[in-house]
Write a protein of this length. Structure first.
Length: 49
């Protein structure tokens, strides 16, 4: 019996073992930058009065 394309797509193997540690670190650094920038602007806003 011939195999259909659906059978081939359901039996795919994941061979990509790439690490996402660099992506996680980049997201955290960007998040810290945004938080500190927001806090800095807020601090300047409070000190203007």
């Amino acid at each position: 019996m011939a195999k259909t394309e659906l059978d081939n797509k359901t039996k795919t193997e994941i061979n990509d073992h790439s690490s996402l540690k660099g992506t996680l670190a980049s997201v955290f650094l960007m998040g810290f930058f945004f938080v500190f920038a927001w806090l800095g602007v807020y601090y300047l806003y409070l000190n203007r009065f």
